[in-house]
Write a protein that binds this ligand. Structure first.
Ligand SMILES: NC(=O)C1=CN([C@@H]2O[C@H](COP(=O)(O)OP(=O)(O)OC[C@H]3O[C@@H](n4cnc5c(N)ncnc54)[C@H](OP(=O)(O)O)[C@@H]3O)[C@@H](O)[C@H]2O)C=CC1
Ligand SMILES: O=C(CO)[C@H](O)[C@H](O)COP(=O)(O)O
Length: 506
């Protein structure tokens, strides 16, 4: 037997924005302002979040047991309309229907869209809150637009806790759809300084693109923090608990962020089974679901040089290649001893500089990629607003995002954070310790792929002249691929095999 139209007594009177305001009318034919299908950790908590904000929420899951569990555990929290069939679910939604899909990204999303679409009507809205690839979102949006259905690919970040208490939300899709959905999504999002961590990112796949880059930056930030930990562990004699305290201190300053905060907690944790530091009993092979990999693949297509994000992604892959690590393990490593105890404090300060500078570079790379995609796909993305909505709710929330927001607000054409004077001054100030840390890591055989990539990126972009000239010469030599000259316009080829190596303009 289906469960639809059973709802918590008392949720039928609406405030002016459509939210339920009171109770007292008993069981009724429910009309939900929003529906959520897919009730695993994210969908379940987003449904509860909508309900906590006064919306009547239709809930559905392929396996009905999850729907029943939600109702058993949380029905008292708000107005839910449980549905065991897709027909019941669709019938429970007010028109235009607003349904959110929170299922495993990929084939499952297509399966759910195919199942539900025949039951929908022009003007209805499907919000895909999963971590979909933006190209899939563009395809789905175009197909559903043909049928008059709005498809709103929406990035959601914040994990289980954020979904419940306020995530960062990155909706794409049409302006018309956002006019209807925006107020609801903004209401359930995190808020910082009274502003919602939700904004319309741009048309079709822009929301999922920006969420993908968020995750790419997340990979870089996590790798940089992990490298900082590893340096403090291997180059000084600090214990994990002492390093936790160092991170707690950093969290009071310019590195203030969710990821630094949880890092301190993780490092301070003792494994109850062994009494060992938790960090020492976790296998050192990093997993991934794929959004970092998509970021790197897409960056190559766009020509966006996201080197720190790429190294962070490859570092996860390398950590999981046990057979390769076994083959390299016996090779010689560092050529310098750890720093002396009395030098440790100085080294800790240098690592803080290196971490901050590398982090600025990684975020800058992410913004470059978003700008490149906006140009490629015709998305009108407000780069300052992206920083604004990442200040709360999401995994990379950090105090310094407010400065990125302010930098873009002051200069909407900002090409790089290093073109903004306070960031430029900080990075200039950090460059000596940053170089010393990377050199120190190399001397001691501590792997710092993301620190090193960020520093190399900085040196690449500030260089007056790059060895790319030699690459052009090589390409012309073996493949007649031509080159440009520095002294006059045109495209040239040198006939390398001919006597006198004459040059022709092509
Ligand atoms: N977990 C996280 O921290 C975050 C996740 N996301 C994204 O949110 C989405 C949901 O994530 P999460 O809650 O972790 O759940 P999962 O990604 O683990 O997906 C499980 C859900 O997908 C449903 N599902 C799987 N295949 C199908 C199918 N063919 N047809 C219908 N339903 C199907 C499952 O239904 P059933 O119960 O019947 O198996 C279940 O409800 C994903 O796209 C994820 O990438 C986004 C941000 C953070
Ligand atoms: O989207 C998220 C947060 O923003 C998820 O936490 C993300 O799926 C984690 O990615 P991975 O498993 O690849 O580390």
């Amino acid at each position: 037997m289906g469960l639809a139209y059973i709802c918590r007594p008392g949720a039928s009177r609406r405030s002016t924005d459509g939210r339920s305001t009171d109770g007292g009318e008993g069981t009724m034919q429910a009309r939900a302002q929003i529906g959520v299908t897919g009730l695993a950790v994210m969908g379940r908590n987003l449904a509860r979040n909508f309900a906590h904000h006064g919306y009547t929420v239709a809930v559905h899951n392929r396996t009905p047991a999850r729907t029943r569990e939600l109702i058993e555990e949380f029905n008292h929290e708000g107005a839910f309309v449980p549905a065991e069939s897709i027909e019941e679910f669709v019938a429970a939604l007010e028109r235009p229907r607003r349904m959110m899909i929170m299922v495993k990204a990929g084939e499952a999303t297509d399966a759910v869209i195919d199942e539900f679409t025949p039951l929908l009507e022009p003007g209805d809205m499907i919000i895909d809150g999963g971590n979909a690839h933006f190209a899939d979102t563009r395809r789905r949006e175009a197909a559903l637009r043909e049928r008059g259905i709005h498809f709103v690919g929406t990035g959601v970040s914040g994990g289980e806790e954020g979904a419940l208490n306020g995530p960062s939300i990155m909706p794409g899709g049409s302006v018309d759809a956002y006019a209807v959905l925006g107020p609801m999504l903004e209401t359930i999002s995190a808020h910082v300084d009274g502003e919602p961590c939700c904004t319309h990112i741009g048309s079709d796949g822009a929301g999922h693109f920006v969420k993908m880059v968020h995750n790419g930056i997340e990979y870089a930030d996590m790798q940089l923090i992990s490298e900082a930990y590893d340096l403090l562990r291997q180059v000084t004699d600090h214990t994990p608990a002492e390093i936790a305290e160092i991170f707690r201190g950093w969290n009071e300053g310019r590195l203030d962020s969710y990821l630094i905060e949880i890092t301190a907690d993780i490092l301070a944790h003792t494994d109850p089974a062994t009494g060992q530091p938790f960090i020492d009993i976790v296998a050192d092979a990093a997993g991934q679901k794929g959004t970092g990999r998509w970021t790197v693949q897409t960056a190559l297509d766009l020509g966006s040089p996201v080197t720190a994000i790429a190294q962070a992604t490859f570092a996860r892959v390398a950590s999981s290649r046990g057979e390769l690590r076994a083959a390299y393990r016996a090779m010689p490593g560092g050529i310098r001893p750890p720093v002396r105890h009395d030098e440790a404090a100085r080294f800790v300060s240098q690592v803080e500089h290196a971490l901050y500078a590398s982090k600025v570079i990684a975020y800058d790379q992410g913004w470059t990629m978003i700008r490149d995609a906006a140009a490629e796909y015709g998305w009108d993305i407000d780069l300052g607003a992206v920083a604004r909505i990442w200040r709360g709710g999401c995994i990379i929330r950090a105090a310094f995002l407010d400065r990125i927001r302010a930098a873009h607000a002051a200069n909407p054409g900002l090409v790089s954070l290093l073109a903004e004077e306070t960031f430029a001054a900080e990075i200039a100030d950090a460059q000596v310790p940053w170089r010393e840390v990377v050199a120190s890591a190399a001397h001691r055989g501590v792997p710092t792929p993301a620190f090193s990539a960020a520093l190399a990126y900085y040196d690449t972009l500030r260089a007056e002249r790059l060895p790319a000239a030699l690459i052009q010469g090589q390409r012309d030599y073996f493949g007649a691929h031509t080159y440009q000259r520095t002294d006059r316009p045109g495209t040239f080829h040198t006939h390398w095999a001919q006597p006198g190596r004459p040059e022709t303009e092509v």
